[in-house]
Design a protein around this ligand. Structure first.
Ligand code: DGL
Length: 276
């Protein structure tokens, strides 16, 4: 089974891409809505929360975890990989992958003028994880980053179509426009819900990176290079949805991100120990 984890329901925008391009695999999605949003938490807190989620899923039949959350990917992915994969000697059996590398690779490939913008939560931007990955791929690329902390609350309230949210987005994007970037990474699970507005304000010449299809492409490539892990993943088209908070709220918002109904959602407790 492939586990997809997030601070809440935003990561369903990533799962959407995986389900559409790789529907044969079994997926379990776990959103830690009870402790979301993660975007302004410290690295220590994000690390502790994400360790609990990873342990919870690895205790079940999960062989590969996709960290859909940019904030976890930026602040804790390396630590999680070292603790649960490298130090545990499980490199050929299990893995934990994030979103920063696939999005960075896509942006580095797409940019022509080598000017890339990144928007995300405070945690993601302060981690400088996108800068690190992009510069590893191409040291000549200039990166312009902007935290957009007000967007997640607007989107979580279902206000992403309201003029107030559009006004805030426009204000955040103004400095990006003046930097003449030609590629913009939406480094937050929630932002694809405002994709139309991002496109409108940045203009048709700016390529926007941030939907789940990029991740599906990268995951397919990863599984080709890691046949042992690929072979260990079950393929019955099964989907399991879990949240640490009220399933009704998760369903209402989650379906917007996923784009189709979620029939059953389990409420789980991941805190303290193995979560069982
Ligand atoms: N999932 C988070 C991310 O992609 C956004 C929501 C949050 O702050 O928890 O960074």
């Amino acid at each position: 089974m492939i586990g997809v984890i997030d601070s809440g329901f935003g990561g369903l925008s990533v799962l959407k891409g995986l389900l559409s391009d790789m529907p044969e695999y079994d997926y379990v999605y776990l959103g830690d809505s009870a402790r979301a949003p993660y975007g302004s938490h410290s690295r220590e807190t994000i690390t502790r929360f994400s360790e609990e989620i990873v342990e919870f899923l690895f205790d079940r039949d999960v062989k590969l975890i996709i960290v859909a959350c940019n904030t976890i990917s930026g602040l804790a992915l390396r630590h999680l990989q070292n603790k649960y994969i490298v130090d545990a000697g499980l490199k050929d059996k299990k893995n934990i992958l994030g979103v920063i590398f696939p999005f960075s690779e896509e942006a580095a490939t797409k940019t022509k003028n080598k000017r890339v913008g990144v928007v995300g939560t405070k945690g993601t931007i302060s981690s400088r994880a996108y800068e690190t990955e992009i510069l590893k791929i191409d040291p000549e690329i200039e990166i312009f980053s902007m935290p957009c902390p007000l967007l997640v609350p607007f989107i979580e309230e279902g206000w992403h179509d309201k003029p107030e949210a559009k006004m805030v987005l426009k204000k955040y994007l103004r400095p990006m426009k003046s930097r003449h970037i030609d590629t913009l990474i939406l480094g937050c699970t929630h932002y694809p819900l405002m994709m139309r507005d991002f496109k409108k304000y940045m203009g048709s010449k700016v390529h926007i990176v941030g939907d789940g299809s990029v991740l599906a492409k990268s995951l397919k490539d990863y599984l080709k290079r890691h046949p042992d892990i690929d072979k260990s993943l079950s393929r019955n088209g099964k989907r399991t949805y879990m949240t640490t908070d009220d399933p009704i709220k998760f369903k209402k918002m989650g379906e917007k991100f996923l784009g189709h109904p979620i029939p059953k959602i389990e409420m789980v407790n991941v805190e303290g120990g193995d979560g069982k």
